[in-house]
Design a protein around this ligand. Structure first.
Ligand code: ZN
Length: 424
């Protein structure tokens, strides 16, 4: 048998082990917030890697406020050296969102039934972590020497921004250009799709300030709520149609997310509605907005457009004053079209599934941003088992055949990247 065939048959032979490893990960309830059981999960992964010829490091997010004795932020990185070829880094986040309501199975039971593994975080993204581990293991069991270095990391807090996780590793230089050549993040984007990036995010808070007055004579005050109402009208009547007319060339899915969008996250103004009421004109109203911008728009233009809109409304709002405060900015990312990481995954998916992959971009963001922006590694994509629509749902599951196929694809792509495209 050729080396590639040996690797693929080792993945098939390990199928039960891959399922069991995934179910074991699911049984560690790494719920974020607040960040439960990270240390246990990092060590479960690290112990396995250490038993399988990886050098393992634990990197706690020292200095970050969310790294506390009660909820330590512990990341794990395993590294297995082969030849002098490139460094391929497979990164998965170990945190999962809270289970929420509506489950008919134990969210942390690791149930296997009807060709599926069930549990919170199984598709997003513990199956992806298992696929990474067994891609490496199948290569080793097939007796194939790695042409380069393979790294596998389990990182924290992706669901809450990744600042103590991938961003921390990138800031510490553990993932960085010159040290790390290629990064694959096995997020659940379907077994035949390669995710090349995401739109940008701009969260901002608008504060409207009026003047308090007696509620029986509202004409003697200035209502901040009325002012905010005018702004919301302008967002709906002027900004939203403009955004809906802008479409990115990046293949964002679902199709509705190919436009620029804005959402109002929350609003509060005037007196607390649950408290004792007094007759007062509201002198304060605050709202938080979530603007998703396109790589073609850029952050500066998106931000300026908001500032212009707010200034225009202020001019018509009868003395209400507005302030805009930036809360969070995530720039859009896009893997270069000619990146070897896309080409290798393309070849590997064709080889394993017998069909060409679809290139997509994510409607939200994920740790890709930190790899591209902080680590400066352009050759990063997301590819992994599990259906995107399953993420964060009750009765979340991952199909076992997808998990096995994604493990094969990751194994082939790793060898292909390290060997400079020799799968052809
Ligand atoms: Zn995820």
């Amino acid at each position: 048998m050729q080396p590639i065939e040996r690797v693929l048959s080792e993945v098939d032979r390990a199928a039960d082990e891959i399922v069991e490893f995934t179910a074991d990960l699911v049984r560690i309830p790494t719920v974020n917030p607040p960040g439960e059981e990270y240390d246990a999960c990092a060590h479960f992964l690290g112990d396995y890697l250490e038993r399988h010829a990886f050098a393992v490091e634990y990197i706690a997010a020292e200095g970050r406020a969310e790294h506390t004795p009660r909820h330590p932020r512990v990341n794990v990185v395993g590294s297995r050296r082969g030849g002098a070829g490139p460094v391929v880094h497979l990164n998965g986040h170990i945190d999962v969102v809270p289970p929420g309501d509506g489950w008919t199975v134990d969210p942390f039971g690791g149930l296997v039934r009807d060709g599926k593994i069930f549990g919170r975080g199984v598709c997003d993204m513990k199956a992806g972590i298992a696929a990474s581990v067994f891609a490496a293991e199948a290569i080793a069991r097939a007796g194939v020497t790695l042409p380069g270095t393979l790294e596998i990391s389990g990182t924290v807090d992706e669901e809450s921004g990744g600042f103590a996780g991938v961003a921390y590793l990138a800031t510490a230089g553990r993932i960085k250009a010159g040290r790390t050549d290629f990064v694959i993040i096995p997020e659940p984007l379907n077994v035949d799709r390669i995710c090349i990036g995401h739109r940008g995010v701009y969260w901002f808070e608008v504060t409207a300030r009026g003047r308090i007055g007696h509620g029986s004579m509202p004409f003697l005050g200035i209502s901040a709520i009325d002012g905010m109402g005018r702004l919301l009208e302008s967002v709906r009547d002027i900004l939203m149609p403009a955004l809906a007319a802008r479409r990115t060339a990046v293949p964002v899915v679902p199709p509705g997310a190919r436009n620029a969008t804005i959402n109002t996250n929350g609003i509060v103004g005037g007196q607390p509605v649950d408290g004792i009421q007094t007759p007062c004109v509201a002198d304060l109203c605050r709202a938080v907005f979530d603007r998703r911008f396109l790589i073609e728009e850029g952050f500066d233009a998106a931000r300026q457009e908001i500032a212009d809109l707010v200034a225009r409304v202020a001019g018509e709002a009868g003395g209400v004053r507005f302030d805009v405060r930036d809360l969070m900015v995530v720039h859009p990312t896009r893997t270069p079209d000619d990146s070897p990481v896309i080409a290798s995954l393309d070849r590997s998916i064709r080889s394993v599934l017998g069909r060409p992959p679809e290139l997509i971009a994510s409607p939200g963001t994920y740790d890709h941003k930190h790899v591209a922006r902080i680590a400066g590694v352009p050759h990063c994509v997301a590819y992994g088992p599990g259906e995107l629509e399953q993420a964060h749902q009750p009765d979340e599951y991952c199909r076992i055949d997808d998990l096995v196929n994604a493990t094969k694809v990751l194994a082939l792509a790793t060898l292909d990247l390290m060997g400079g495209g020799r799968l052809d």
